[in-house]
Design a protein around this ligand. Structure first.
Ligand code: HAM
Length: 477
């Protein structure tokens, strides 16, 4: 048997895994800027959690869930999205009871959908998402979109299309569904089997059918905007006006209904576009929802929420294709080279003490020729090689070689940390930032001038403790 990963899944290692970590760190740092705190819910939930909230009429629940009976005959499902589990958890632990509303939670983790694998579509993929629950506010809806856009801006995305639509309030949707039912009644016989089901369960789902002929029919269907109550319409435009104030360029797309059942009021997607206007698909999607907590027997008051989730695989693949990850630097600080078996133990101890001093250090476990060790040092991405021969160590010294400039100097082990601190400080002063902008040009990764004192996470550098973290989570040594 040839062992290989399951279709629609993928392994991550090396530079790719580092890039995923970077994307997730930027996302988490931006979520924290908006006051969100991390939540981790289990990947497995009772199937009922998704049936009740994500929705029986959605393709995700009807066709794409990995559902099975466990040994105790309970129906369990690998989560196909993050929202339902988060709301289940908020209700179960009564997180709403403190009165500190909204509860703002962010999450990053794998989700599972039995979809046809293709470019940008996996069966196991990573979602990074947020949910803000317990306050019904057009302003909170807008903030959620601003947060999503800030993540994409910090990652370096430029050509984006923000699509928004409103699904109105309950009355608007009831009237709209009736209008759709009568519109499709005479056409449904020529449409796909799924659409026939959709007409019974939720005719709004027909609007996101992927069959071309059905899409043509659906394009002539009544539009939600004609069934919106005055209140729902007012609320939609209130959010849009906040987005306009924040200079977020959006496009109203009245065919956008989203594939999950829980949405009401505003829904949105952000698509990446090529310079020529080609749509690469949705990087993220989300919207407002009402009544989710009461679905899980939670409170009926303040039962509103808003959130979105972004697909990390899609972000990664576009960033890679467009050279947006090239300036990410990974690798160890130091590669320690024991010259001969005799010095292995001393080097092992030296490596440990340098790690205690905060340097990442790699060393070989078997002896090797100097040329081979240099090649290993370069492959490990080391900035400096520390060459430790028996004579040097007997004199209490090592040779320190800057692998970029090839300059080499003998340094006493007792002075090593000070020497390295100096060297790394001067490297840092001349190095590029993780955004790819040169520090010398006075830019920080947020694109703002360093003089203005911003870090790439958007926080003032002065506010950070010395050695504090930037959004890439690398120490600003
Ligand atoms: P969704 O639109 O189903 O929304 O998924 C969010 C994002 O996950 C998509 O925009 C896309 O980037 C990514 N994605 C979806 N399917 C795949 C796939 N098969 N392979 C790779 N990436 C994929 C939700 O899941 C909602 N829970 C979002 C939300 C949160 N709404 C409110 N709160």
């Amino acid at each position: 048997m040839v062992y290989q990963g399951i279709k629609g899944t993928h392994d991550l290692y090396g530079a790719e895994a580092d890039a995923y970590t970077y994307i997730q760190n930027v996302f988490s740092a931006v979520a924290e800027l908006y006051g969100y705190r991390k939540i981790e819910t289990p990947i497995l939930e009772y199937t009922e959690v998704f049936d009740r909230s994500t929705g029986e009429s959605s393709d995700v629940v009807r066709k794409e869930m990995y559902t099975f009976l466990d040994k105790g005959d309970r129906s369990l499902t690998l989560r196909p999205e993050g929202t339902a589990g988060v709301i289940r958890s908020i209700v179960e632990h009564k997180l709403y009871a403190t009165g500190d509303l909204p509860i703002k939670a962010f999450y990053v983790g794998p989700v599972f959908r039995y979809e046809r694998p293709q470019l940008g579509r996996y069966r196991q993929f990573i979602q990074a998402g947020v949910e803000a629950v317990g306050v019904d506010s057009a302003r909170l809806d807008a903030e959620c979109i601003c947060l999503a856009m800030k993540v994409l801006a910090y990652l370096g995305f430029e050509n984006l299309k923000v699509k928004v639509n409103t699904l109105g309030d309950e009355t608007s949707r009831k009237n709209y569904k009736e209008a759709l039912r009568s519109f499709f009644a005479s056409k449904i016989d020529s449409m796909c089997e799924d659409c026939k089901q959709r007409l019974l369960l939720n005719p709004m789902r027909i609007l996101d059918c992927k069959v071309k002929e059905d899409q043509e029919i659906a394009s002539l269907a009544p539009k939600m905007k004609d069934y919106l109550s005055d209140e729902a319409s007012k609320r939609f435009y209130q959010t849009l006006s906040i987005l306009a104030d924040q200079e977020i360029d959006y496009e109203i797309d009245d065919s956008l209904v989203r594939g999950l059942d829980y949405y009401g009021q505003i829904v949105f997607e952000v698509h990446a576009m090529s310079k020529e206007g080609k749509d690469y698909g949705a990087l993220l999607g989300g919207g407002h929802y009402d009544g989710m907590m009461s679905n899980f027997n939670g409170p009926k008051e303040n039962d509103s929420g808003v959130g979105f989730a972004m697909g990390v695989e899609r972000l990664y693949s576009l960033m890679k294709d467009n050279g947006m990850l090239e300036n990410l630097e990974y690798g160890v600080d130091l590669y320690l080279m024991p010259i001969g078996e005799e010095v292995m133990d001393d080097c092992y101890s030296l490596a440990e003490s340098l790690r205690d001093a905060g340097y990442s250090v790699e060393m070989p476990f078997v002896k090797g020729k100097l040329g081979t060790l240099f090649k290993k040092a370069v492959r490990a991405g080391a900035k400096f090689a520390l060459i430790a021969g028996e004579d040097d160590l007997n004199n209490g010294a090592v040779q320190v070689k800057n692998l970029a400039t090839q300059e080499q100097k003998s340094v006493l082990v007792e002075d090593l940390q000070d020497y390295l601190d100096e060297q790394f400080e001067s490297l840092e002063a001349h190095s590029s930032c993780s955004c790819g902008h040169d520090h010398d040009e006075g830019h920080c990764c947020c694109g703002e001038h360093e003089e203005e004192g911003h870090c790439c996470c958007g926080r003032h550098r002065e506010d950070q403790e010395e050695g504090g973290h930037c959004c890439c989570q690398k120490d600003e040594k």
